[in-house]
Write a protein that binds this ligand. Sequence first.
Ligand SMILES: *Cc1c(COP(=O)(O)O)cnc(C)c1O
Length: 495
Amino acid sequence: MEVHAVALTAPHLNGLKGDFDPIAIVRAEPLPPVVAAENGVHGNDDKGNGGAKQKEIVLGRNVHTACLEVTEPDADDHFTGDKDAYMAAVLARYRNNLLERTKHHLGYPYNLDFDYGALSQLQHFSINNLGDPFIESNYGVHSRQFEVGVLDWFARLWEIERDEYWGYITNCGTEGNLHGILMGREVFPDGILYASRESHYSVFKAARMYRMECVKVDCLTSGEIDCSDLKKQLLANKDKPAILNVNIGTTVKGAVDDLDLVIKTLEENGFPQDRFYIHCDGALFGLMMPFVKRAPKVSFKKPIGSVSVSGHKFVGCPMPCGVQLTRMSHIKVLSSNVEYLASRDATIMGSRNGHAPIFLWYTLNKKGYKGFQKEVQKCLRNAHYLKDKLRDAGISAMLNELSSTVVFERPHDEEFVRRWQLACQGNIAHVVVMPNVTIEKLDGFLEELVKKRKLWYKGSGGDGVAPSPPCVAVDIGSENCDCGLHRKTGLDVLF
Ligand SMILES: *Cc1c(COP(=O)(O)O)cnc(C)c1O
Protein backbone atom coordinates (compact mmCIF):
# COMPACT_ATOMS: atom_id res chain seq x y z
CA MET A 1 0.00 0.00 0.00
CA GLU A 2 2.77 2.42 0.88
CA VAL A 3 4.36 1.70 -2.44
CA HIS A 4 1.15 2.48 -4.29
CA ALA A 5 0.84 5.85 -2.63
CA VAL A 6 4.30 6.88 -3.71
CA ALA A 7 3.86 5.59 -7.21
CA LEU A 8 0.64 7.49 -7.74
CA THR A 9 1.32 10.80 -6.14
CA ALA A 10 4.89 11.32 -7.23
CA PRO A 11 4.39 11.60 -11.01
CA HIS A 12 1.84 14.36 -10.92
CA LEU A 13 3.83 16.34 -8.42
CA ASN A 14 6.87 15.98 -10.64
CA GLY A 15 4.83 16.90 -13.68
CA LEU A 16 4.40 20.37 -12.32
CA LYS A 17 7.91 20.96 -11.12
CA GLY A 18 8.95 24.41 -12.19
CA ASP A 19 5.41 25.66 -12.71
CA PHE A 20 4.97 26.63 -9.12
CA ASP A 21 5.97 25.63 -5.64
CA PRO A 22 4.11 22.47 -4.68
CA ILE A 23 4.59 23.17 -0.98
CA ALA A 24 2.36 26.21 -1.34
CA ILE A 25 -0.67 24.07 -2.09
CA VAL A 26 0.09 21.15 0.06
CA ARG A 27 -3.47 21.03 1.36
CA ALA A 28 -4.91 20.90 -2.09
CA GLU A 29 -4.87 17.37 -3.45
CA PRO A 30 -7.00 17.17 -6.56
CA LEU A 31 -6.60 13.43 -7.27
CA PRO A 32 -8.20 11.29 -4.60
CA PRO A 33 -5.22 9.40 -3.22
CA VAL A 34 -5.57 5.75 -4.09
CA VAL A 35 -4.65 4.48 -0.68
CA ALA A 36 -7.18 6.52 1.24
CA ALA A 37 -9.99 5.56 -1.07
CA GLU A 38 -9.03 1.90 -1.05
CA ASN A 39 -9.02 1.78 2.69
CA GLY A 40 -12.29 3.62 2.65
CA VAL A 41 -11.40 5.64 5.73
CA HIS A 42 -10.10 9.05 6.62
CA GLY A 43 -6.36 9.29 6.82
CA ASN A 44 -6.21 9.59 10.58
CA ASP A 45 -8.57 6.87 11.65
CA ASP A 46 -7.08 4.19 9.47
CA LYS A 47 -7.76 0.86 11.09
CA GLY A 48 -4.85 -0.54 9.17
CA ASN A 49 -6.62 -2.79 6.71
CA GLY A 50 -3.89 -1.94 4.25
CA GLY A 51 -3.95 -5.43 2.85
CA ALA A 52 -7.46 -5.05 1.42
CA LYS A 53 -7.31 -5.43 -2.32
CA GLN A 54 -10.84 -4.43 -3.22
CA LYS A 55 -12.07 -0.89 -3.02
CA GLU A 56 -14.13 -0.67 0.09
CA ILE A 57 -17.06 1.69 0.31
CA VAL A 58 -17.96 2.69 3.81
CA LEU A 59 -21.58 3.74 3.82
CA GLY A 60 -22.59 6.56 6.06
CA ARG A 61 -19.08 7.94 6.13
CA ASN A 62 -17.89 10.36 3.48
CA VAL A 63 -14.27 10.41 2.50
CA HIS A 64 -12.92 13.94 2.79
CA THR A 65 -9.24 13.32 2.25
CA ALA A 66 -9.34 14.70 -1.29
CA CYS A 67 -11.25 17.85 -0.43
CA LEU A 68 -10.15 21.20 -1.79
CA GLU A 69 -11.17 23.40 1.04
CA VAL A 70 -12.87 26.71 0.33
CA THR A 71 -11.12 29.50 2.18
CA GLU A 72 -12.53 32.95 2.84
CA PRO A 73 -10.74 35.78 1.02
CA ASP A 74 -8.33 37.90 3.08
CA ALA A 75 -8.95 41.62 3.28
CA ASP A 76 -5.75 42.41 1.39
CA ASP A 77 -6.12 39.70 -1.30
CA HIS A 78 -6.83 42.16 -4.06
CA PHE A 79 -3.43 43.79 -3.82
CA THR A 80 -1.23 40.91 -2.66
CA GLY A 81 -2.63 38.66 -5.39
CA ASP A 82 -1.86 35.64 -3.17
CA LYS A 83 -5.30 34.14 -3.41
CA ASP A 84 -5.42 34.44 -7.19
CA ALA A 85 -2.01 32.82 -7.45
CA TYR A 86 -3.09 30.03 -5.14
CA MET A 87 -6.22 29.36 -7.14
CA ALA A 88 -4.37 29.51 -10.45
CA ALA A 89 -1.91 26.96 -9.08
CA VAL A 90 -4.68 24.64 -7.97
CA LEU A 91 -6.33 24.85 -11.38
CA ALA A 92 -3.07 24.32 -13.27
CA ARG A 93 -2.39 21.26 -11.23
CA TYR A 94 -5.90 20.00 -11.72
CA ARG A 95 -5.58 20.51 -15.46
CA ASN A 96 -2.40 18.43 -15.52
CA ASN A 97 -4.17 15.77 -13.59
CA LEU A 98 -7.03 15.78 -16.12
CA LEU A 99 -4.56 15.41 -18.97
CA GLU A 100 -2.93 12.44 -17.33
CA ARG A 101 -6.24 10.80 -16.37
CA THR A 102 -7.61 11.32 -19.88
CA LYS A 103 -4.58 9.60 -21.34
CA HIS A 104 -5.11 6.51 -19.20
CA HIS A 105 -8.80 6.11 -19.60
CA LEU A 106 -10.26 2.90 -21.01
CA GLY A 107 -13.13 1.64 -18.89
CA TYR A 108 -16.01 4.07 -19.32
CA PRO A 109 -17.88 4.55 -22.57
CA TYR A 110 -16.91 8.17 -22.97
CA ASN A 111 -15.48 9.51 -26.17
CA LEU A 112 -12.77 11.89 -24.96
CA ASP A 113 -11.70 12.94 -28.42
CA PHE A 114 -13.15 16.29 -29.44
CA ASP A 115 -12.39 19.90 -30.10
CA TYR A 116 -15.02 22.39 -29.11
CA GLY A 117 -12.71 25.39 -29.16
CA ALA A 118 -15.21 27.25 -31.34
CA LEU A 119 -17.75 27.14 -28.53
CA SER A 120 -15.56 28.59 -25.79
CA GLN A 121 -16.99 32.05 -26.51
CA LEU A 122 -20.33 30.81 -25.16
CA GLN A 123 -19.20 30.02 -21.65
CA HIS A 124 -19.94 33.61 -20.69
CA PHE A 125 -23.66 33.00 -21.01
CA SER A 126 -26.12 31.38 -18.67
CA ILE A 127 -27.97 29.37 -21.28
CA ASN A 128 -31.01 27.56 -19.90
CA ASN A 129 -33.71 25.69 -21.84
CA LEU A 130 -36.05 25.32 -18.91
CA GLY A 131 -39.21 23.38 -19.60
CA ASP A 132 -40.46 22.13 -22.94
CA PRO A 133 -38.16 22.59 -25.96
CA PHE A 134 -41.11 23.27 -28.25
CA ILE A 135 -42.71 25.97 -26.12
CA GLU A 136 -41.03 29.37 -25.86
CA SER A 137 -40.33 30.60 -22.39
CA ASN A 138 -39.96 34.23 -21.38
CA TYR A 139 -36.36 33.54 -20.51
CA GLY A 140 -34.57 34.63 -23.65
CA VAL A 141 -31.07 33.25 -23.03
CA HIS A 142 -31.84 29.79 -24.36
CA SER A 143 -30.73 27.48 -27.19
CA ARG A 144 -34.04 25.90 -28.23
CA GLN A 145 -33.28 26.46 -31.91
CA PHE A 146 -30.23 24.18 -31.55
CA GLU A 147 -32.10 21.71 -29.37
CA VAL A 148 -34.95 21.22 -31.82
CA GLY A 149 -32.46 20.90 -34.69
CA VAL A 150 -30.70 18.09 -32.81
CA LEU A 151 -33.99 16.39 -31.96
CA ASP A 152 -35.07 16.49 -35.63
CA TRP A 153 -31.81 14.79 -36.57
CA PHE A 154 -32.50 11.98 -34.11
CA ALA A 155 -36.10 11.75 -35.30
CA ARG A 156 -34.82 11.08 -38.81
CA LEU A 157 -32.36 8.53 -37.48
CA TRP A 158 -35.06 6.67 -35.55
CA GLU A 159 -37.66 7.11 -38.29
CA ILE A 160 -40.42 9.21 -36.87
CA GLU A 161 -42.11 12.20 -38.52
CA ARG A 162 -41.44 15.67 -37.18
CA ASP A 163 -45.00 16.23 -36.09
CA GLU A 164 -45.36 12.79 -34.55
CA TYR A 165 -42.52 12.87 -32.06
CA TRP A 166 -41.80 14.73 -28.91
CA GLY A 167 -38.45 14.82 -27.14
CA TYR A 168 -35.88 16.84 -25.31
CA ILE A 169 -32.23 16.99 -24.42
CA THR A 170 -31.84 15.51 -20.98
CA ASN A 171 -29.14 15.81 -18.38
CA CYS A 172 -28.00 12.22 -18.94
CA GLY A 173 -29.01 8.75 -20.06
CA THR A 174 -30.54 8.10 -16.66
CA GLU A 175 -32.98 10.97 -17.12
CA GLY A 176 -33.99 9.46 -20.46
CA ASN A 177 -34.74 6.16 -18.73
CA LEU A 178 -36.64 7.90 -15.97
CA HIS A 179 -38.70 9.67 -18.62
CA GLY A 180 -39.28 6.63 -20.84
CA ILE A 181 -40.38 4.45 -17.96
CA LEU A 182 -42.60 7.19 -16.57
CA MET A 183 -44.19 7.43 -19.99
CA GLY A 184 -44.87 3.70 -19.91
CA ARG A 185 -46.45 3.99 -16.51
CA GLU A 186 -48.63 6.94 -17.53
CA VAL A 187 -49.86 4.98 -20.54
CA PHE A 188 -50.39 1.84 -18.42
CA PRO A 189 -50.81 2.90 -14.79
CA ASP A 190 -51.14 -0.72 -13.64
CA GLY A 191 -48.43 -2.06 -15.95
CA ILE A 192 -45.56 -4.23 -14.75
CA LEU A 193 -42.01 -3.19 -15.63
CA TYR A 194 -39.89 -5.96 -17.19
CA ALA A 195 -36.15 -5.49 -17.49
CA SER A 196 -33.27 -7.89 -17.88
CA ARG A 197 -30.98 -8.41 -14.90
CA GLU A 198 -28.15 -6.72 -16.76
CA SER A 199 -30.11 -3.53 -17.33
CA HIS A 200 -28.57 -0.30 -16.05
CA TYR A 201 -29.30 0.43 -12.41
CA SER A 202 -31.26 3.53 -13.38
CA VAL A 203 -34.04 1.25 -14.65
CA PHE A 204 -34.48 -0.33 -11.24
CA LYS A 205 -34.14 3.07 -9.64
CA ALA A 206 -37.07 4.23 -11.78
CA ALA A 207 -39.12 1.25 -10.59
CA ARG A 208 -38.43 2.21 -6.98
CA MET A 209 -39.11 5.91 -7.54
CA TYR A 210 -42.40 5.27 -9.29
CA ARG A 211 -43.28 2.35 -7.00
CA MET A 212 -43.84 0.09 -9.95
CA GLU A 213 -43.98 -3.64 -9.81
CA CYS A 214 -40.78 -4.81 -11.48
CA VAL A 215 -39.85 -8.22 -12.87
CA LYS A 216 -36.19 -9.03 -13.50
CA VAL A 217 -35.72 -11.21 -16.56
CA ASP A 218 -32.77 -13.59 -16.96
CA CYS A 219 -29.98 -12.98 -19.47
CA LEU A 220 -28.05 -15.17 -21.86
CA THR A 221 -24.29 -15.42 -21.30
CA SER A 222 -23.85 -12.66 -23.86
CA GLY A 223 -25.83 -10.33 -21.61
CA GLU A 224 -28.87 -10.23 -23.91
CA ILE A 225 -32.32 -10.63 -22.47
CA ASP A 226 -33.42 -14.28 -22.46
CA CYS A 227 -36.74 -14.24 -24.29
CA SER A 228 -37.69 -17.72 -23.09
CA ASP A 229 -37.57 -16.41 -19.53
CA LEU A 230 -39.40 -13.28 -20.65
CA LYS A 231 -42.15 -15.50 -22.03
CA LYS A 232 -42.42 -17.35 -18.74
CA GLN A 233 -42.68 -14.11 -16.78
CA LEU A 234 -45.23 -12.62 -19.17
CA LEU A 235 -47.45 -15.70 -18.95
CA ALA A 236 -47.34 -15.50 -15.18
CA ASN A 237 -48.63 -11.90 -15.28
CA LYS A 238 -51.08 -12.01 -18.16
CA ASP A 239 -53.66 -9.83 -16.45
CA LYS A 240 -51.49 -6.70 -16.38
CA PRO A 241 -50.05 -4.68 -19.27
CA ALA A 242 -46.30 -4.93 -19.87
CA ILE A 243 -43.81 -2.07 -19.79
CA LEU A 244 -40.45 -3.19 -21.15
CA ASN A 245 -36.98 -1.80 -20.94
CA VAL A 246 -35.02 -3.05 -23.94
CA ASN A 247 -31.25 -2.57 -23.85
CA ILE A 248 -29.46 -1.28 -26.90
CA GLY A 249 -26.08 -2.08 -25.43
CA THR A 250 -25.86 -3.16 -21.80
CA THR A 251 -23.48 -1.33 -19.52
CA VAL A 252 -21.15 -4.18 -18.64
CA LYS A 253 -21.09 -6.47 -21.70
CA GLY A 254 -22.40 -4.19 -24.40
CA ALA A 255 -25.10 -6.72 -25.23
CA VAL A 256 -27.93 -5.70 -27.53
CA ASP A 257 -31.35 -7.11 -26.72
CA ASP A 258 -33.14 -8.53 -29.74
CA LEU A 259 -35.91 -5.94 -30.11
CA ASP A 260 -37.73 -7.90 -32.80
CA LEU A 261 -37.73 -11.07 -30.73
CA VAL A 262 -38.97 -9.15 -27.68
CA ILE A 263 -41.88 -7.77 -29.72
CA LYS A 264 -42.62 -11.21 -31.13
CA THR A 265 -42.54 -12.74 -27.65
CA LEU A 266 -45.03 -10.14 -26.44
CA GLU A 267 -47.41 -10.59 -29.34
CA GLU A 268 -47.32 -14.39 -29.23
CA ASN A 269 -48.10 -14.51 -25.56
CA GLY A 270 -51.26 -12.48 -25.32
CA PHE A 271 -49.85 -8.95 -25.40
CA PRO A 272 -51.10 -7.12 -28.50
CA GLN A 273 -49.74 -3.65 -29.24
CA ASP A 274 -52.29 -1.89 -27.07
CA ARG A 275 -51.11 -3.82 -24.02
CA PHE A 276 -47.39 -3.11 -24.00
CA TYR A 277 -45.00 -0.17 -23.97
CA ILE A 278 -41.34 -0.49 -24.92
CA HIS A 279 -38.63 1.91 -23.83
CA CYS A 280 -35.29 1.41 -25.58
CA ASP A 281 -32.30 2.25 -23.41
CA GLY A 282 -29.73 3.19 -26.03
CA ALA A 283 -27.49 5.14 -23.65
CA LEU A 284 -24.41 3.35 -24.88
CA PHE A 285 -25.03 2.07 -28.40
CA GLY A 286 -28.10 4.02 -29.40
CA LEU A 287 -25.96 6.08 -31.72
CA MET A 288 -23.59 3.31 -32.79
CA MET A 289 -26.08 0.63 -33.81
CA PRO A 290 -27.58 2.52 -36.74
CA PHE A 291 -24.15 2.43 -38.36
CA VAL A 292 -23.46 -1.26 -37.89
CA LYS A 293 -24.42 -3.47 -40.79
CA ARG A 294 -26.54 -6.46 -39.77
CA ALA A 295 -27.53 -4.77 -36.53
CA PRO A 296 -31.21 -4.92 -35.61
CA LYS A 297 -32.80 -1.58 -36.22
CA VAL A 298 -34.24 0.74 -33.61
CA SER A 299 -37.10 2.50 -35.32
CA PHE A 300 -40.39 4.11 -34.44
CA LYS A 301 -41.84 2.14 -37.35
CA LYS A 302 -41.80 -0.69 -34.84
CA PRO A 303 -44.15 -0.61 -31.85
CA ILE A 304 -41.78 1.15 -29.46
CA GLY A 305 -42.73 4.03 -27.19
CA SER A 306 -39.44 5.81 -26.54
CA VAL A 307 -35.69 5.76 -27.10
CA SER A 308 -32.94 7.42 -25.12
CA VAL A 309 -29.22 7.86 -25.67
CA SER A 310 -26.41 9.53 -23.72
CA GLY A 311 -24.73 12.52 -25.35
CA HIS A 312 -21.46 12.28 -23.46
CA LYS A 313 -20.73 8.67 -24.38
CA PHE A 314 -20.12 7.84 -28.03
CA VAL A 315 -21.08 11.31 -29.29
CA GLY A 316 -18.42 12.94 -27.14
CA CYS A 317 -20.09 15.87 -25.44
CA PRO A 318 -17.86 17.25 -22.66
CA MET A 319 -20.75 17.60 -20.22
CA PRO A 320 -23.25 14.89 -19.31
CA CYS A 321 -26.38 15.04 -21.45
CA GLY A 322 -28.70 12.80 -23.41
CA VAL A 323 -31.46 12.69 -25.97
CA GLN A 324 -34.93 11.36 -25.28
CA LEU A 325 -37.52 10.82 -28.00
CA THR A 326 -41.07 9.56 -27.65
CA ARG A 327 -44.38 9.69 -29.50
CA MET A 328 -46.46 12.84 -29.41
CA SER A 329 -49.53 10.73 -28.58
CA HIS A 330 -47.86 9.51 -25.37
CA ILE A 331 -46.79 12.95 -24.28
CA LYS A 332 -50.41 14.07 -24.56
CA VAL A 333 -51.34 11.39 -22.02
CA LEU A 334 -48.60 12.62 -19.72
CA SER A 335 -49.33 16.32 -19.97
CA SER A 336 -53.11 15.97 -19.74
CA ASN A 337 -52.43 14.86 -16.19
CA VAL A 338 -50.92 18.23 -15.37
CA GLU A 339 -53.39 20.45 -17.21
CA TYR A 340 -53.53 22.98 -14.40
CA LEU A 341 -50.25 24.33 -15.73
CA ALA A 342 -50.44 26.99 -18.39
CA SER A 343 -47.54 25.40 -20.25
CA ARG A 344 -46.84 21.75 -20.88
CA ASP A 345 -44.79 20.16 -18.15
CA ALA A 346 -43.39 17.04 -19.75
CA THR A 347 -39.71 17.08 -18.79
CA ILE A 348 -38.31 15.47 -15.64
CA MET A 349 -36.10 18.45 -14.82
CA GLY A 350 -37.07 22.09 -14.76
CA SER A 351 -33.98 24.09 -15.61
CA ARG A 352 -32.01 22.37 -18.34
CA ASN A 353 -28.46 22.82 -19.57
CA GLY A 354 -28.66 25.08 -22.61
CA HIS A 355 -25.03 24.55 -23.55
CA ALA A 356 -25.39 20.81 -24.14
CA PRO A 357 -27.65 21.13 -27.23
CA ILE A 358 -25.12 23.44 -28.83
CA PHE A 359 -22.32 20.93 -28.31
CA LEU A 360 -24.46 18.19 -29.80
CA TRP A 361 -25.51 20.37 -32.70
CA TYR A 362 -21.88 21.24 -33.35
CA THR A 363 -20.72 17.61 -33.39
CA LEU A 364 -23.61 16.40 -35.54
CA ASN A 365 -22.89 19.13 -38.06
CA LYS A 366 -19.16 18.43 -38.08
CA LYS A 367 -19.30 14.65 -38.32
CA GLY A 368 -22.66 13.89 -39.84
CA TYR A 369 -23.95 10.43 -40.58
CA LYS A 370 -20.82 9.47 -42.55
CA GLY A 371 -18.46 10.66 -39.83
CA PHE A 372 -20.20 8.59 -37.16
CA GLN A 373 -20.19 5.59 -39.44
CA LYS A 374 -16.42 5.82 -39.84
CA GLU A 375 -15.91 6.19 -36.10
CA VAL A 376 -18.12 3.21 -35.33
CA GLN A 377 -16.16 1.07 -37.79
CA LYS A 378 -12.91 2.15 -36.20
CA CYS A 379 -14.20 1.34 -32.72
CA LEU A 380 -15.36 -2.13 -33.73
CA ARG A 381 -12.09 -2.83 -35.51
CA ASN A 382 -10.01 -1.73 -32.54
CA ALA A 383 -12.21 -3.70 -30.15
CA HIS A 384 -11.58 -6.86 -32.17
CA TYR A 385 -7.89 -6.10 -32.13
CA LEU A 386 -7.91 -5.84 -28.33
CA LYS A 387 -9.96 -9.01 -27.89
CA ASP A 388 -7.69 -11.01 -30.21
CA LYS A 389 -4.55 -9.76 -28.50
CA LEU A 390 -5.94 -10.64 -25.08
CA ARG A 391 -6.82 -14.16 -26.21
CA ASP A 392 -3.42 -14.55 -27.86
CA ALA A 393 -1.85 -13.70 -24.52
CA GLY A 394 -3.91 -16.40 -22.82
CA ILE A 395 -6.30 -13.97 -21.12
CA SER A 396 -10.02 -14.76 -20.93
CA ALA A 397 -11.96 -12.28 -23.05
CA MET A 398 -15.27 -11.83 -24.85
CA LEU A 399 -16.57 -9.37 -27.41
CA ASN A 400 -20.21 -9.34 -28.44
CA GLU A 401 -20.73 -9.19 -32.17
CA LEU A 402 -22.36 -5.79 -32.28
CA SER A 403 -20.29 -4.23 -29.57
CA SER A 404 -17.06 -2.41 -28.87
CA THR A 405 -17.04 -3.44 -25.21
CA VAL A 406 -14.30 -5.97 -24.56
CA VAL A 407 -14.97 -7.99 -21.42
CA PHE A 408 -12.04 -9.80 -19.81
CA GLU A 409 -10.77 -11.24 -16.55
CA ARG A 410 -10.55 -8.67 -13.80
CA PRO A 411 -6.93 -7.62 -13.26
CA HIS A 412 -5.57 -8.93 -10.00
CA ASP A 413 -4.39 -5.55 -8.78
CA GLU A 414 -6.70 -2.64 -7.90
CA GLU A 415 -3.88 -0.23 -8.55
CA PHE A 416 -3.80 -1.33 -12.18
CA VAL A 417 -7.59 -1.08 -12.38
CA ARG A 418 -7.49 2.47 -11.13
CA ARG A 419 -4.60 3.48 -13.32
CA TRP A 420 -6.56 2.50 -16.43
CA GLN A 421 -9.93 3.43 -14.93
CA LEU A 422 -11.42 0.05 -15.72
CA ALA A 423 -15.00 -0.67 -14.72
CA CYS A 424 -15.26 -4.01 -12.91
CA GLN A 425 -18.03 -6.30 -11.78
CA GLY A 426 -17.21 -9.46 -9.87
CA ASN A 427 -14.49 -11.32 -11.73
CA ILE A 428 -14.77 -9.35 -14.94
CA ALA A 429 -13.59 -5.97 -16.17
CA HIS A 430 -14.17 -4.20 -19.43
CA VAL A 431 -12.65 -1.77 -21.85
CA VAL A 432 -15.08 0.24 -23.95
CA VAL A 433 -13.37 1.10 -27.19
CA MET A 434 -14.42 4.64 -28.05
CA PRO A 435 -13.09 6.79 -30.91
CA ASN A 436 -10.28 8.18 -28.74
CA VAL A 437 -8.97 4.70 -27.95
CA THR A 438 -6.25 4.12 -30.51
CA ILE A 439 -4.22 1.02 -31.32
CA GLU A 440 -1.20 2.67 -29.70
CA LYS A 441 -3.12 3.19 -26.48
CA LEU A 442 -4.33 -0.42 -26.55
CA ASP A 443 -0.80 -1.67 -27.18
CA GLY A 444 0.45 0.26 -24.17
CA PHE A 445 -2.31 -1.19 -22.06
CA LEU A 446 -1.73 -4.75 -23.29
CA GLU A 447 2.00 -4.57 -22.73
CA GLU A 448 1.52 -3.38 -19.19
CA LEU A 449 -1.17 -5.94 -18.44
CA VAL A 450 0.87 -8.87 -19.74
CA LYS A 451 3.93 -7.75 -17.79
CA LYS A 452 1.98 -7.27 -14.56
CA ARG A 453 0.15 -10.52 -14.97
CA LYS A 454 3.42 -12.41 -14.98
CA LEU A 455 4.12 -10.93 -11.56
CA TRP A 456 0.62 -11.48 -10.16
CA TYR A 457 0.46 -15.10 -11.20
CA LYS A 458 4.11 -16.06 -10.77
CA GLY A 459 4.31 -19.68 -9.76
CA SER A 460 0.55 -20.15 -9.96
CA GLY A 461 -0.54 -23.73 -10.38
CA GLY A 462 2.67 -24.89 -8.73
CA ASP A 463 2.52 -24.72 -4.95
CA GLY A 464 -1.20 -23.94 -4.86
CA VAL A 465 -0.49 -20.82 -2.81
CA ALA A 466 0.19 -18.28 -5.55
CA PRO A 467 -2.98 -16.73 -6.99
CA SER A 468 -4.12 -17.93 -10.39
CA PRO A 469 -6.25 -16.14 -12.99
CA PRO A 470 -9.96 -16.22 -12.09
CA CYS A 471 -12.37 -18.53 -13.86
CA VAL A 472 -14.88 -16.38 -15.74
CA ALA A 473 -16.82 -19.14 -17.49
CA VAL A 474 -20.08 -18.18 -15.79
CA ASP A 475 -19.62 -14.56 -16.82
CA ILE A 476 -18.52 -14.90 -20.43
CA GLY A 477 -18.93 -18.58 -21.28
CA SER A 478 -16.42 -21.42 -21.01
CA GLU A 479 -15.43 -21.00 -24.67
CA ASN A 480 -14.04 -17.55 -23.83
CA CYS A 481 -12.50 -18.56 -20.53
CA ASP A 482 -8.80 -19.22 -20.35
CA CYS A 483 -8.49 -20.28 -16.73
CA GLY A 484 -6.62 -23.45 -15.82
CA LEU A 485 -9.80 -25.52 -16.07
CA HIS A 486 -11.14 -24.21 -19.38
CA ARG A 487 -7.94 -23.51 -21.27
CA LYS A 488 -7.90 -25.17 -24.66
CA THR A 489 -4.34 -26.20 -25.20
CA GLY A 490 -2.75 -29.34 -26.54
CA LEU A 491 -5.02 -32.35 -26.27
CA ASP A 492 -7.90 -30.43 -24.72
CA VAL A 493 -8.59 -28.83 -28.07
CA LEU A 494 -9.57 -32.21 -29.43
CA PHE A 495 -12.47 -32.60 -27.03
C1 LIG B 1 -24.49 4.77 -19.12
C2 LIG B 1 -25.77 4.06 -19.23
C3 LIG B 1 -26.94 4.61 -18.70
C4 LIG B 1 -26.98 5.87 -17.89
O1 LIG B 1 -26.48 6.92 -18.56
P1 LIG B 1 -25.94 8.20 -17.80
O2 LIG B 1 -25.79 9.13 -18.92
O3 LIG B 1 -24.66 7.80 -17.14
O4 LIG B 1 -26.97 8.61 -16.81
C5 LIG B 1 -28.11 3.92 -18.89
N1 LIG B 1 -28.13 2.75 -19.56
C6 LIG B 1 -27.02 2.21 -20.07
C7 LIG B 1 -27.12 0.92 -20.80
C8 LIG B 1 -25.79 2.83 -19.91
O5 LIG B 1 -24.70 2.26 -20.40
